[in-house]
Design a protein around this ligand. Structure first.
Ligand SMILES: [Zn+2]
Length: 180
């Protein structure tokens, strides 16, 4: 990790110029320059690699318009012209980054958890700065509900983010006591 504060953003943008399209002489001024802690650099980088794979196979145009922290996890906004398939793959890469940010310390990049009261942050033990852990319902750690609408009705699927393998794993909603 860079020892110079602020440089990690420039390095990340330089490594993925095609996704950030920064001004030639001032990469730090890219619209999508990350507004978050350095601990999330790696998960943004992983997301960029995935998006570039999509663009290489599917074509299309893409540019980050904003990357920021909100409610202690990352939000990534983009503009571009992509096929529906490519767009879905890009959104999946962004969902993975968001899920990873929710369990990754934004200071150091180690595993973290949601902490705070007046303000929220995802932090490891070492960077907790006195912020108390936010208690989660047991069994719901890293679980995300996905709402779908098909065949004239709404339904819910559940998935758990597996941090070690950086993938989503489907979870049976009824195992969590959720009625469809
Ligand atoms: Zn940390």
């Amino acid at each position: 990790m860079s020892g110079v504060v602020g440089n990690w953003r420039v390095e990340l943008i330089e490594a993925h110029r095609d996704l950030f399209q920064p001004p030639a002489d001032f990469p730090g001024a890219a619209q999508g320059s990350p507004e978050c802690g350095a601990g999330w650099r790696d998960l943004i980088d992983r997301c960029c690699v995935r998006i570039r794979e999509v663009l290489e196979t599917e074509g299309g145009t893409f540019q980050f318009t904003q990357i920021k922290e909100k409610y202690a996890s990352i939000r990534m906004y983009w503009t571009g012209r992509l096929s529906p398939e490519a767009s879905a793959r890009v959104e999946k890469a962004i969902d993975l980054a968001e899920a990873r940010s929710a369990c990754t310390c934004d200071v150091c990049g180690e595993e973290g958890r949601l902490r705070g009261d007046a303000w929220l942050a995802t932090r490891c033990e070492a960077h907790a700065e006195g912020l108390p852990p936010v208690e989660r319902r047991p069994g719901f750690e890293n679980v995300y509900m996905v709402r779908h609408f098909a065949d004239g009705r709404h339904f819910i699927t559940c998935r758990r983010y597996d941090r070690q393998n950086d993938v989503f794993v489907d979870v049976d909603p009824t195992s969590l006591g959720i009625e469809e």
